[in-house]
Design a protein around this ligand. Structure first.
Ligand SMILES: Cc1cc2nc3c(=O)[nH]c(=O)nc-3n(C[C@H](O)[C@H](O)[C@H](O)COP(=O)(O)O)c2cc1C
Length: 364
């Protein structure tokens, strides 16, 4: 437990422990993609601790970023104002909160883009399989982004990042993981472009660096972070050379960014069969700054302290167990038992399964 409760610096923020709320889409926003202020304040502040880092659910960057019913966004004043109430509440408890900003690319749907235009992607290749967020409908065939439109997307990320800072977030985590737009550019299976954004690793990762550089210019290096998932799993992305591709990314991002955040291959949330053979260690070795690992800690909570102990500069992001245990940090500190999560209420509206999980009451 010692390392888990040691302070660590993230950008301009001095954290007091290394237990992080993973980004978790909860689909509670209204039809204007506005988070429900009161409920969301309660949800995030229940999980805030002095010197603890929370990462928000994926927040859509623009009207064309797709998403699903209930996903929040950050491109209108109303959305910004609702988020600012959440960040104030987290800060009042001494917590730190980063916004995860997100474009769903081909994993979205024409139902939720402005003017109902098809979702966009690096290449016009639909993801195979069914979209669980759209009543298990097949994924739609996306439209290939032109070079000019790629520049527009970069600007949308910049605007969303500035809006997040305006809303009081301490920083921004770019969602470069889980088969969404930025990840679709990285992976060789979803990116078949023949221009400077496709083909070689250098070209498929060009957008990753362009977005990072634009954000660093706009909001500062200490407020910019990235999430990646080298082993695919969600929305049918796969890369031919994961170790080479994400090593290249890290070598070229070093020593920039507040942190990088990697999804473990053993994450059974996006994979039917967790992969224990592959490891994040080669990436940990490359990255010189704080490294967050996520995935698999909810089903094996004993790994939380052992990974923090064994891996220097490693923070642990917890998803499902943090949904079910608003006081997860205290429970880990005192080795109190954990509540079980209920998958049925992950994405349902209202307080049930969102703000009504019990806090631990120690017995005298
Ligand atoms: C309900 C739910 C929503 C999620 N939403 C997001 C999201 O918005 N962005 C993201 O990067 N990952 C998302 N994830 C993945 C989690 O951040 C995390 O990687 C995953 O749950 C594995 O961690 P765990 O084993 O501790 O649950 C979500 C997972 C769950 C269960």
């Amino acid at each position: 437990m010692v390392a888990l409760f040691e302070p660590i610096q993230i950008g301009a923020n001095r954290l007091q422990h290394r237990v992080v709320l993973a980004p978790l889409t909860r689909l509670r926003a209204d039809e204007n993609h506005v988070i429900p202020p009161d409920l969301a304040i309660e949800y995030y502040s229940q999980r805030a601790t002095p010197g603890g880092l929370l990462i928000s659910e994926g927040i859509l960057i623009s009207e064309d970023a797709g998403g699903f019913p209930g996903t929040p966004a950050i491109y209108t004043e109303e959305q910004i104002s609702a988020w600012s109430k959440v960040t104030q509440a987290v800060h009042a408890k001494g917590g730190t909160i980063f916004a995860q900003i997100w474009h769903s690319g081909r994993a979205g749907t024409a139902l939720y883009t402005k003017n109902h235009t098809p979702p966009v992607a690096p290449s016009p290749i639909p993801a195979r399989g069914l979209n669980v967020f759209l009543n298990n409908q097949p994924f739609e065939t996306p439209r290939e982004l032109s070079i000019d439109e790629i520049q527009d997307v970069i600007q949308e990320f910049v605007t969303a990042a500035k809006n997040a800072i305006k809303a009081g977030f301490d920083g921004v985590e770019l969602h470069g993981a889980n088969g969404f737009l930025l990840d679709q550019f990285i992976n060789s299976q979803s990116n078949k472009r023949t221009d400077e954004y496709g083909g070689s690793i250098k070209n498929r990762t060009r957008l990753i660096f362009e977005v990072a550089d634009a954000l660093i210019d706009a909001i500062g290096v200490e407020r910019t972070a990235y999430r990646f998932s080298p082993w695919g799993g969600n929305a049918d992305v796969k890369d031919d050379t994961p170790y080479q591709t994400w090593s290249y990314i890290l070598e070229h991002l070093n020593p920039k960014l507040a942190y990088v955040h990697f999804v473990e291959p053993r994450d059974d949330y996006v994979r039917a069969t967790p992969d224990f053979e592959n490891s994040l260690d080669p990436f940990r070795k490359i990255w010189k700054g704080p490294f967050i690992s996520a995935g698999g800690y909810s089903t094996n909570p004993e790994l939380i302290s052992s990974v923090a102990e064994e891996k220097p500069r490693n923070l642990i992001a917890v998803g499902r167990a943090f949904i079910a245990n608003p006081d997860l940090v205290e429970r880990l500190k005192h080795q109190w038992p954990l509540n079980k999560y209920n998958r049925d209420t992950f994405y349902t509206p209202g307080a049930k399964g969102y703000t009504d999980y019990a806090f631990y009451e120690p017995k005298d």
